[in-house]
Design a protein around this ligand. Structure first.
Ligand code: ZN
Length: 412
């Protein structure tokens, strides 16, 4: 049966336009519709523009109460299926220890690995769903979710199965990534674990079709450039497109590697080199920036968003939601940091948090903008215009969230 919905009484509709990632100056060119309506039919956007007499009756009428519509946020980098929190480690950081020092003393990722291995698949499903509900209440309609706290065949598969099971009931559309190359497990610090990823974990993930992407953490404290490349090429051979944690704590030549492999994204990039910026600007690899991680790690160092955009790269924004280095589900918080700390414009931030994130997930033709033909993933803000997303900081302006044309979250 066909269903239709007319969203009216909108103060404004603000959206990037396109079915692919936008680069450079095009990121600033968002469409702003005043005195307009959105018609949703069978879960897709049918019409955006001035209210007009329609040829057919529209059964449902939704009063937006002078709110502003923006596309549902696309959070293209999260570590959702984890167990255990790290608030005491956070408190140690507040007293002066660094993230890398804590990781070296058996804290950090290793402590989340212990807790996640001890959890059942169902506990991980529940955790993912709880986080997805929080994300949804903050306007996210699509999110990538990575494994990477199992670090062996059984527990990586358990995390990915949890994402798949959660996706059945999740208000947020989840896109799974295998990040077996997140860190070395405590029992195997060396080539033997890289062999295990390539020979056992990735083939098992591929057999069960548990992931769309394969990710690796290339960093002086994790995997070398050569090890990362080996893992990502093995994933590619199994049909898993690469993403890459690159140049986070040091320049590891990760951005150039991502461009060479035609990766979907190169993520973090706080220490990207000039050469890396030039490589991404020339490529279709999305530069995925995660300013909440710099903020939460109390680093003065943010990714060079301005240089990347001005060079012509496709830039997206994500939360990096994880218990150690970025404990937040809020994309509006990320947009606030992107503008106030990385000097992106509000328009660039909106494009980065929606369409360009969708592009990095291979979904730009389906979501990430409010345009006829796309899935009706729409956020209604309790605000007179889109500038309030950044201007009115530290509060949640999200009022109603539509995913595929259905309300999945209502905040007030
Ligand atoms: Zn990450």
């Amino acid at each position: 049966m066909s269903s239709a919905l007319l969203i009216r009484n909108l103060s404004q509709i603000a959206t990037p336009i396109g079915r692919a990632g936008l680069r450079g100056a095009a990121m600033r060119k968002i469409a702003v519709h005043e005195k307009s309506v959105i018609v949703v039919r069978d879960g897709r956007i049918d019409y955006v523009g001035p209210e007009r007499r329609t040829d057919f009756p529209i059964p449902e009428d939704f009063d937006a109460k002078r709110g502003t519509a923006v596309p549902g946020f696309v959070d293209s980098h999260t570590h959702l299926p984890w167990a255990g929190f790290r608030e005491s480690e956070f408190n140690r950081r507040l007293q002066g220890e660094s993230y890398e020092e804590i990781a070296a003393s058996d804290g950090g990722i290793a402590s989340t690995v212990r807790a996640t291995r001890a959890a059942t698949e169902q506990q991980l499903v529940d955790n993912v769903l709880q986080r997805a509900q929080t994300m949804s209440r903050h306007g996210t309609t699509t999110a990538e979710a990575k494994s990477g706290y199992g670090l062996n065949v059984v527990d990586e598969i358990k995390q990915l199965r949890a994402i798949r099971a959660a996706n059945e009931n999740s208000p947020v559309r989840l896109v799974p990534t295998c990040l077996a190359a997140h860190d070395f497990p405590p029992e195997s610090r060396g080539t033997a674990y890289v062999d295990q990823i390539v020979d056992e974990i990735l083939p098992a993930v591929s057999r069960e079709k548990l992931a769309v992407f394969c990710d690796a953490f290339v960093e002086r404290s994790a995997f070398s450039r050569e090890q990362g490349e080996r893992v990502l090429r093995a994933g590619l051979a199994l049909g898993l497109r690469p993403r890459l944690h690159a140049d986070e704590f040091s320049d590891s030549d990760g951005a150039a590697l991502a461009a060479t492999l035609e990766a979907a994204s190169a993520d973090h990039l706080m220490h990207i080199s000039e050469k890396g910026i030039a490589a991404l600007a020339k490529s279709n690899t999305v530069a995925n920036l995660l300013p909440a991680t710099s903020f939460f790690l109390m680093s003065q160092r943010y990714a060079p968003a301005r240089a990347l955009i001005d060079a012509g790269a496709i830039v997206s924004l994500s939360t990096d939601c994880n218990p150690g280095s970025s404990m937040t589900e809020s994309m509006s918080m990320v947009m606030q940091l992107a503008t106030l700390q990385m000097k992106m414009t509000v328009e660039e931030s909106l494009t980065a948090a929606t369409l360009n994130g969708a592009a990095s997930l291979g979904l730009a033709y389906e979501t990430g903008s409010i345009e006829a033909g796309k899935r009706a993933d729409i956020v209604l803000l309790d605000a007179p215009n889109y500038l309030h997303l950044v201007y009115h900081f530290g509060v949640n302006l999200v009022r109603d969230v539509f995913r595929d044309g259905t309300i999945v979250a209502r905040s007030r």
